[in-house]
Design a protein around this ligand. Structure first.
Ligand code: ZN
Length: 120
C-alpha cells in the first residue's frame, strides 16, 4: 500500500503534504513521529484540532480511541491521516461559524442590541 506509512524521504520544496495533498509550503514537523513534514494546516490540526473542531464528545472519543483502525487493518499512519483529515474538515466548518458569529456580533454592535443586552 502506497501510504501505509509516512514518506521516508521528503523534499519540502517540491513534495505535497502526505496527509492532505496540498503543497507543503510552510511545513511543520508532524506530531505523529516528529520527523515527517506536513503542511501548516495539518500541523495545526495535529496540535489543536479537537479544540477547534465541531466534533461532539462521542465523535471525539471515536476518533481518538481508534478501535476502528484495527477493524479495517489500518496502519497507525493511515488512521492518523484519517483523523487529521476529519479534523481539517471540521475546522473549516468552525471557521465559517466563527465568521458568522463575528458578523452577528458586529450587527448587534451597529444596531445597539449589544448595549441593551449588557444593560440587562
Ligand atoms: Zn496537509
Amino acid at each position: 500500500m502506497l501510504n501505509a506509512n509516512p514518506p521516508t524521504e521528503q523534499n519540502t520544496d517540491e513534495d505535497d503534504c502526505p496527509i492532505c495533498g496540498l503543497p507543503l509550503k510552510y511545513p511543520a514537523l508532524s506530531r505523529f513521529d516528529n520527523k515527517t513534514y506536513v503542511c501548516g494546516q495539518c500541523g495545526q490540526s495535529e496540535g489543536t484540532g479537537f479544540l477547534f473542531s465541531l466534533f461532539d464528545d462521542t465523535q471525539r472519543i471515536m476518533l481518538q480511541d481508534r478501535e476502528w483502525a484495527n477493524t479495517y487493518g489500518l496502519t497507525e499512519w493511515q488512521a492518523h491521516c484519517i483523523v487529521i483529515a476529519a479534523i481539517n474538515g471540521s475546522t473549516l466548518g468552525y471557521q465559517k461559524k466563527s465568521r458568522e458569529a463575528f458578523e452577528r456580533l458586529r450587527e448587534m454592535m451597529d444596531n445597539g442590541t449589544l448595549e441593551k443586552l449588557e444593560e440587562e
